[in-house]
Every structure is written in C-alpha cells, then in structure tokens.
Ligand binder design. Structure first.
Ligand code: HAM
Length: 427
C-alpha cells in the first residue's frame, strides 16, 4: 500500500520552499518597516473560539473545520489566524501594556474546502492585525502597504476592492432593507441563499450562484444607509487612500465570508499566474467587536491575511539561478581525501560547499554542479594533490584558472564576490 498526502494537502519540496522563503522574506521586510512584530500561536485552538469569532453562520464554521475530540475537549486546527491572535492578545493582557499593538504571523491554516488551483485544505497565510487604532487612517495605510508589498514581489496588476459593512446599527438597518428587497424574490433564490435569508442575508450579496446574482442585481447598497459615524469613517478611509494616491474600486457587494467584520472590508485581486476564480490574493477588514466578544475590553481592530500559495502562483519571483555555493569535483582517491579537507575549510569560512564523493565522471559531476546552481566548481585530481594546486571554475562566467592549494579560500571568495558579466552569465 502506498501512502498519499491527505486530500488538499501538499508536500512542499525544496525548490518551492526556496520561492516560499523569498516571498515570506519580502513580506516580513514590508510589514516590519510598518512596525509589525511577529507572534506565533498554536495550530490547535478550542473549537468554541472559532464559533464565537469567525461566526456560526460562516461557511468555515458550518462545514470546513478539521475538529477532533481529546479528553472530551473539542479542538480545531485553525482555519484562519485572527481568532488565535486575539485570544493570545487577551490571555497575555497586551492591551494593558501598550495602547496600540501591531502583530503579524505566517503559518499553516486548515479548511476542508473543495480543492482547486489556489484553494487547498492545508494552506499558508501571512497576515497582520492592529489592535487599539480606530482608524480610518490605519485602514488606508494597511491597504497601501499591501499594494506596495505585492509590487515588490512582482504582482503589478492588483485591483483593490473596498466596501464598508458599517457597525451594528447600520447593519441592522441594511438587513431590513435587503430583506425587503429579497423576500418577494425568495422562490427565485438558490436553496443556500434561502437559508441565508434567515440567518445572514448579507452573505447573499457575494453568492456566485447565477440565480442569487440576478436577485441582488438591483438590491439597495449598504453605502446608502451608513449611520453618520460609519459614514465619517468610510469618507476618512477614502480621503486617506486618495492622499496616498492608492487606486481602489468601491464594491458595495463585498461582504467577506467571515462574520466578524465591521466598517472597512477589502480584498486585493490579481489575475497574474492564472488564478482564475481564486484570484483574491488577500483579504481583510476591520473587526471592532471581536476583542470584546471574546471577553476583552471594547477595543477596535483591523487586519488582513494573504494566501501564500496564491502569492506564489501570481508572483514571477524566482530564486536566483546561481547560489553563492562551491562544488568540489574530486578525481581519484587521494583527491577525494584532500577534497574532504578543502570542503571543511570552506564551510568553516561560511561558504556553502557540496562535495561529490560518488567517484563519478567529470562530465556528470559538472552536470550536478550546474543543477545545484553552484557558482564555483573546484576540480581536484590526484596530480593536483601532488602539485599542491586546485583548478577553480567560475560557472557563471565560464572561466577557469589554477591556484595554489594554500590560496584556495581567498580564490573562491574572490569569485563569489565578483559579478559575472551579463553577456557571460548563464541564466
Ligand atoms: P480569508 O479571506 O478567509 O480571511 O483568507 C485570506 C486569504 O487566505 C484569502 O484571500 C486567500 O488568499 C487565502 N485563502 C483562504 N482560504 C484558502 C484556501 N483554502 N487555500 C488557499 N488559500 C486560501 C481570513 O482568513 C481573515 N483571517 C483575514 C483577516 C485578518 N481579517 C482580519 N484580520
């Protein structure tokens, strides 16, 4: 019997890990420049945490959680990062120590979804949360940071969609207006939307079902019924985005799939990398009620999460073709032993070194050096051992020279520090 990875969960092999690391490093750089610090929370949380925050009527809590019972306690593999971050923030009374907190996280999330390109059951999110800042400037600053970050990883065609879902009073009023519009069309709605009509009619706005799309086409807009303080916040977000010159599209049907949002919600979409229907590379918004709902003070919050796999699909970034590594190709037994010592010297000096001890032909060793992406190859034969010399090949510039065995470290360092001429460089 051959074991396979669990449906929707993927092995990430070294090549791809290289690209993950590149994008993750760009993310960390971007958010740390904006004052975010990393927090790491457990993969398993009490199931009830998600029911109380992500929301009973969200698809995630309704049917996508990987839950288990351990000693009669129900635990769930986190389907998103925000609830665990809020729990950690409260458990550690961080709000009592600082007025504003900016945290970020990167890690695996789990949702039992139907899998397709850009949608997995285990995936990775990179996200940020801000506590204690009611905005609206921070809302715009976050969106602008994200457009900048995506640009840095080569995702240039980004469309920023924003909306306001208001506070409790606005939503109550809008719910009535929406029900007034949809109830007479009830029979024309999908079965799923008919159920939503009772528990969360706003979610019908972002249904992909053509029946529902037709029914909501001329529905009233939540932006027309914002309460004065929600309107002031909404106007403030747009004014700050305009001050920054950040382009955006207002999408009054954007409600997001999680129940906790208040006021600003946003999604950034890219069509690079053939993402198709899963082209939302990141999404987020304000959730001013969650901290209090989880037993904390009345503290505003805003955040987002990006799907790492979607960023990887959309970004053209590649790990550099040639690494600052050295490859040693020994020819003969004495050369092999000498090579062991040279490799140890280079590694002790901080130079990543691969030694080919197979006793393979020169041709096949050079092919391997190339596939490992090494910049330098040292060729050591038994005759070189005798003459206390080493042959150094610069694999990027296609040049080679002999050097004294005693000079090998400085000679390799010199090649690694040099820039190959573009005309000579091999991609
Ligand atoms: P979300 O919209 O559920 O929001 O997920 C954020 C991003 O994670 C999505 O835009 C997508 O790129 C990625 N994602 C979600 N599900 C999958 C999947 N099954 N496979 C691959 N990628 C996926 C949240 O999770 C909120 N916690 C964001 C947030 C933080 N709001 C406030 N703070």
């Amino acid at each position: 019997m051959e074991f396979r990875a669990v449906k929707g969960m993927k092995d990430i092999l070294p090549d791809e890990v290289g690209r993950f690391a590149l994008i993750e490093a760009a993310f960390r750089r971007a958010v740390e420049l904006h004052g975010f610090s990393e927090a790491r929370t457990p993969l398993l949380e009490p199931t009830e945490l998600f029911a109380r925050s992500t929301g009973e009527t969200s698809e995630i809590v309704e049917k996508q959680m990987f839950s288990l019972l351990k000693e009669s306690e129900s635990l769930t593999l986190r389907p998103e990062g925000t609830p665990g971050i809020v729990r950690a923030f409260l458990n550690n009374s961080v709000h009592a120590k600082e007025p504003i907190t900016r945290w970020y996280y990167v890690g695996a999330m789990f949702r039992a979804e139907n899998t397709q390109r850009g949608r997995q059951r285990q995936f990775h999110q990179a996200g940020c949360e801000v506590f204690g800042d009611a905005g609206p400037v921070v809302d715009a600053e976050m969106i602008d940071m994200l457009v900048g970050f995506l640009g840095q990883i080569g995702i240039e065609d980004v469309e920023v969609r924003i909306n306001s879902v208001g506070g409790v009073a606005t939503r109550q009023k809008y719910r009535e207006a929406l029900l007034g519009h949809l109830t007479p069309k009830k029979d024309k709605l999908s079965e799923h939307a008919q159920k939503r009509l009772l528990d969360n009619p706003l979610r019908i706005l972002d249904s992909k079902n053509p029946l529902d799309r037709e029914a909501v086409k001329d529905a009233p807009s939540i932006l027309d019924v914002l309460e004065p303080d929600d309107r002031a916040h909404w106007d403030g977000v747009r004014a700050a985005l305009e001050a920054l010159g950040t382009k955006y599209i207002i999408d009054s049907s954007l409600v997001r799939g999680l129940d906790y949002y208040t006021r600003t919600v946003f999604e950034l979409v890219s069509n690079q990398g053939g993402l198709g229907s899963q082209n939302t590379v990141l999404g987020g918004g304000r959730y001013d009620g969650m901290v209090q709902a989880l037993g904390g003070p009345n503290l505003p919050a805003i955040g987002f999460a990006a799907g790492m796999e979607r960023l990887l699909l959309a970004s053209p970034l590649q790990a550099t073709a040639r690494e600052q590594r050295c490859f040693i190709a020994p020819l003969g037994q004495a050369a092999l032993h000498e090579s062991l010592v040279v490799a140890r010297e280079l590694r002790a000096a901080g130079i990543g070194t691969d030694l080919d001890g197979r006793g393979a032909s020169m041709k096949s060793m050079l092919r391997r050096a190339d596939s490992l992406g090494a910049r330098v190859c040292l060729v050591i034969g038994d005759s070189e051992v005798q003459s206390k010399q080493v042959q150094i090949k610069d694999l990027a510039s296609h040049t080679q020279e002999m050097c004294a065995r005693s000079e090998v470290l400085s000679a390799v360092s010199k090649v690694l520090a040099s820039t190959p001429k573009p005309s000579e460089a091999k991609s």
